[in-house]
Design a binder for this molecule. Sequence first.
Ligand code: KG4
Ligand code: ZN
Length: 364
Amino acid sequence: MPTPTLILGIESSCDETAAALVDRTLKVRSSVVSSQIELHAVTHGVVPEIAARAHTERILPAIDECLRRAGARPRDIAAVAVTRGPGLITSLFVGLETAKALSLGWGVPLIGVNHIEGHILSSLLDEHSRRSLTSRHTQRGTTLAIDKSRLPVVVLTVSGGHTELFVLKDLGNYKLLGRTRDDAAGEAFDKVARLLGLPYPGGPAISQEAERGDPTRYDLPRPMLKHASYDFSFAGLKTAVHRTVAALSKPELRRRLPDLAASFEAAVVDTLIGKAERALAALRAKELWIVGGVAANKRLRSNAQALVLKKNLTLRLPSFELCTDNAVMVAAVGAVRLGEYPGKKSYDDIATLAADPTLDLVDV
Ligand code: KG4
Ligand code: ZN
């Protein structure tokens, strides 16, 4: 019988129910994302109970569809990788229990994945980046590695729940440089969108408005940009937007919406890029990776391009659809962990693997 080659990834940590299949060299075979945006738009944010119920209804159809699209059968699956945290506890349970049942039923290893590590590896999934990874055959199968001369890498993770700067010393070896002290960057986009009367999720809505606006029209703060640490803070920026909105009449606000959106977006992006630039210089790093939902932001992408061009560095960004939550990134961590992995352990025990809503990346 041929050896199974595919890793099934399952993601249900927040409001996307997702399943994906990748092979051992990170090539994507199929990806299904069932977004719950329409369920949470009414409340301008995720309601955990509603999210968990929707995951329960959608998870098996998503996995089924994913196998069908790849023309794969259970005997082709080498392992099941699943997000175990951080995230909403009841949402995490759905993915985790499904993964445990499949792992038990199919008799394949179970791999509990840190969602943030998934986002980080999403920058390695385009064809060019995959080619820059080396793979060698070991007792454990295919072992993937990053060329040592490319290390360390500075990683900026920017999503609805996270804003962090990490140093990636090797696959599976991360050190936290700094994180937000209050709101995450995506959360700031979502909250400011609400202040501006724009729909949920706020990031795409603000960035669409911003395209027609003048980013210099409002002089908004760049919080903690000059602070010696690598930490971020976005709550004050949100308050500054609130104050500006309160001083405008309704018709004025409507007219100024693009300028306000562009000025806010520029303030967030300047702060993120400013801190990343300092980390790159301090570590003499050659690569910058930007991942997570906010990495889909066009201004952030183009300012990051400008930075690496100026400094002669390499930038890795996930494709637009892999910036927001998906299961390809979870399966990718599974593929890396199936080989010889520099992190602590590869497979997990069905009996003891638990969901952890506040899982830290350094614990992977
Ligand atoms: O990674 P993700 O899908 O979920 C979390 O793990 O949090 O990120 C979702 C976040 C939301 O806050 C959303 O507003 C933001 O990413 N986002 C964007 C853009 N697209 C999504 N923020 C700024 N610009 C965008 N184009
Ligand atoms: Zn995420």
